[in-house]
Design a protein around this ligand. Structure first.
Ligand SMILES: Nc1ncnc2c1ncn2[C@@H]1O[C@H](COP(=O)(O)OP(=O)(O)OP(=O)(O)O)[C@@H](O)[C@H]1O
Length: 331
């Protein structure tokens, strides 16, 4: 597994959540990473961001003719899950990926975040092949939010910009009350899920759990937003963090992320049509491993194709739900 993916996994652990939730998350993550990457990832020496590059520029990503099949299916009943996909995510754009179940959204995210390498085709960042970059630089510049509860390590001081984040996460008073205040080390878990660790077998998992137990009780939300506001992150990928949330929580998260959007390319995978899709600069609509439509919400509704079909299905389901009016959607 690449360093990138593991070390960019962030936490959306709700405030006051219990340790068991964290540890379940770690277990889930362990399951998640026990997949065989298609190749050992080499790392280049091109720095990212390039020296002298203007600050506050989100990652510009281009996929060129990317095709992918999971390694374990290669050579047997080969099943291509991403078919010859090409698209560009402009710097600092707000992108939403939609599509029916199994259409390849999560797989695409795994490719974007470096968990898997395309079977063929190229991923370019600012026009340079992703594998020419120093992997640790990309790691620092990327963040993936998933439903897996994972804790990432950092010192609070490392993240100044923290005041704003603490306000956003509602934790300023709490942090200032800690013995070391903003110098408190948010101990746990992993900076790098290196291939070495994978070869160590399951012992490392216990170590991770032990560290979690020693961790400070600062909410995952706060940690996440502190890191996002640190100024280093240029790409944020959110893979359905909201499906377990009620609409009010979803809206709150959406608003917080929008506030932190400056200088970042943001990519959301979602099943819901609403705030995200309406505000997206670009929607990629997937079907059977292909991008079948791309554009804004308005453009895709006009097009009356796959996106419109999915939108209608959801709108109908919503109208049919007895308490729909109470939950308040803007779809
Ligand atoms: N680890 C894996 N090994 C082999 N095939 C996989 C693996 N993970 C996903 N697939 C297959 O790849 C295809 C795309 O799955 P993916 O999870 O990317 O779709 P999705 O659009 O995110 O689906 P959902 O909306 O249900 O989350 C599916 O046919 C799925 O069965």
């Amino acid at each position: 597994m690449s360093q990138t993916t593991g070390s960019v996994l962030l936490s959306l652990v709700p405030q006051n959540s219990h340790l068991s939730q964290y540890t379940n998350g770690v277990k889930k993550l362990y399951t998640g990473i026990d997949m065989k990457p298609s190749v050992k990832f080499e790392t280049g020496d091109t720095p990212y961001p390039p020296p002298g590059e203007e600050k506050n520029i989100g990652m510009h990503i281009e996929l060129r003719n990317v095709t992918f099949q999971y390694p374990e299916t290669q050579g047997t009943q080969a099943k291509v899950v991403i078919h010859d996909v090409s698209f560009t995510l402009p710097s600092s754009s707000f992108v939403v990926i939609v599509g029916e179940n199994g259409s390849g959204k999560t797989t695409l995210v795994k490719l974007l975040t470096g968990l898997f390498r395309p079977t063929s085709g190229n991923i370019l960042i600012h026009g340079i092949d992703v594998y020419q970059y120093k992997m640790s630089d990309l790691t620092n510049a990327s963040a993936l939010l998933t439903q897996n509860h994972t804790i990432f390590p950092m010192t609070i001081a490392e993240n100044i910009g923290v005041g704003e984040a603490a306000e956003l996460g509602g934790a300023r008073t709490f942090i200032e009350g800690l013995l070391d205040g903003y110098e408190t080390v948010l101990k746990p878990v992993e900076t790098a899920w290196s291939t070495k660790r994978l070869s160590e077998g399951v012992d490392w998992l216990k170590k991770v759990m032990d560290e979690v137990e020693r961790s400070k009780d600062i909410s995952g939300d706060v940690r996440t937003f502190m890191r996002l506001s640190s100024g280093h992150v240029r790409l944020v990928v959110v893979d359905e963090p909201t499906s377990a949330m009620d609409p009010a929580g979803e809206y709150e998260l959406f608003q917080k992320l929008r506030l932190m959007r400056e200088g970042k390319t943001m990519v959301f995978v979602t099943h819901r049509f609403g705030h995200l899709t309406k505000h997206a600069d670009l929607i990629l609509c997937m079907k059977e491993g292909k991008i079948v439509e791309e554009g804004t919400h308005h453009e895709l509704i006009q097009k009356n194709g796959e996106y419109h079909k999915l939108y209608d299905i959801q709108a109908r389901a919503f109208v049919d739900t007895p308490d729909a009016a109470a939950t308040g959607s803007d779809t």
